[in-house]
Design a binder for this molecule. Structure first.
Ligand code: AHM
Ligand code: MG
Length: 335
């Protein structure tokens, strides 16, 4: 079997007529992928590298920061700020945006990321990941410093999105707007080798990912949907759905991309502020991947990728996965 590296894949995409991958985007994705290798290296050292545990600080959203949250954030900033591909960055772990300093050349893209998603799992050696999204800097910011409002673009505007998952294997899953491709890190070669793609979500897998402890904040419709799926007689596949919840969205979404099923972290519109996941760092990049793999992603009512963000750290209800199952849920919720 010929082995296709990430570099070769991106170069071949760049050479396509009407390519969605200009050279600057290719180089940016390669830089992000390189930073993910460094993050993988730090995670795999664990206690030996003194990277586990909390830092004793909180991020702007009031969440306790793990050492690795901050380390991974810094690795991504350091790897990306001098390359000349970006006008600015924003991260779940930074209070506000990080414009590219004047000492470096500025590029046309904005990078948005969650450096360690599922970081509560790091200390117990479960899979975690890095989620990223690439936007184009609006033309208005060409002659000035990039501003927070420049990042507030709907998910449909993403030029690329992806995640690295640090699990039994280290993988990079990527879309540049035409299909979803998986690359496995060959640790000896230090290269990302394509191992799957274009990925299509298998249909009809009766598996649901949800944190049942949050049931009090669900709407009555979500309660009805989940109860139906967990009841033998009512579930459409002739048996009750199986349930899986890792507490690491990257791991749950990866399972759905490969095996099917549905993921829910819903919010009840009557109790705003209770949503968990962030629109820019988590929901949008994952929604683009899911849609590119033939699935659907909604906030409970409408398409996630159509939401106009109002603030950088905005949270949103999220339901994504197998299109038929998301549409069955919509029928129940909107009935
Ligand atoms: P994080 O980015 O701070 O780790 O938070 C996001 C994570 C998701 O990976 C996961 O789906 C969710 O939070 C788990 O939430 P819960 O603690 O309710 O299980
Ligand atoms: Mg996260």
């Amino acid at each position: 079997m010929k082995s296709v590296t990430l570099t070769r894949f991106l170069l071949e995409q760049q050479r396509q007529p009407n390519s969605t991958c200009p050279a600057e985007l290719r180089l940016l994705i390669e830089t992000v992928a390189r930073a993910c290798k460094a993050i993988n290296h730090a995670i795999s050292k664990g206690a030996l590298g003194d990277v586990l545990g909390s830092l004793g600080t909180e991020n702007v959203q009031g969440e306790v920061q793990k050492k690795l949250d901050v380390l991974a954030n810094d690795l991504l900033v350091d790897a990306n700020e001098w390359g000349g591909h970006l006008a600015g960055m924003a991260s779940e772990e930074m209070d506000t945006i990080h414009p590219i300093p004047n000492r470096f050349p500025r590029g046309e893209y904005l990078l948005v990321y969650d450096p360690i998603d599922g970081s509560s799992n790091v200390d117990v050696d479960l899979s975690v990941g890095t989620i990223f999204s690439v936007l184009r800097a609006p033309s208005e910011c060409a002659g000035r410093e990039v501003r927070e409002e420049d990042f507030l673009q709907p998910g449909t505007e993403q030029a690329a999105s992806g995640y690295a998952i640090y699990g039994p294997q280290t993988l990079l899953v990527l879309t540049i707007g035409s299909g979803v491709y998986e690359f496995t890190l060959d640790r000896e070669l230090g290269a990302w080798i394509m191992t799957d793609g274009p990925i299509k979500i298998p249909s009809g897998n009766c598996e649901v990912a949800i944190n049942m402890a949050r049931r009090p904040q669900w709407s009555p419709e979500i309660v009805r949907y989940v109860d139906d799926r967990l009841t033998y007689e009512k579930a459409p596949c002739g048996r009750a759905f199986n349930m899986r919840w890792t507490g690491s969205m990257v791991a749950d979404v990866h399972r759905i991309l490969k095996r099917g099923g549905i993921f829910l972290y819903p919010s009840d519109s009557r109790t705003p502020g209770k949503a968990r996941l962030r629109l820019l760092y988590e929901a949008n990049p994952m929604s683009l991947l899911i849609e590119q793999a033939g699935g659907s992603s909604i906030d409970g009512e409408g398409r996630v990728l159509d939401i106009q963000p109002k603030s950088l750290h905005q949270r949103v209800g999220l339901i994504l996965g197998d299109s038929a199952e998301v549409s069955a849920l919509k029928d129940i919720v909107l009935a």
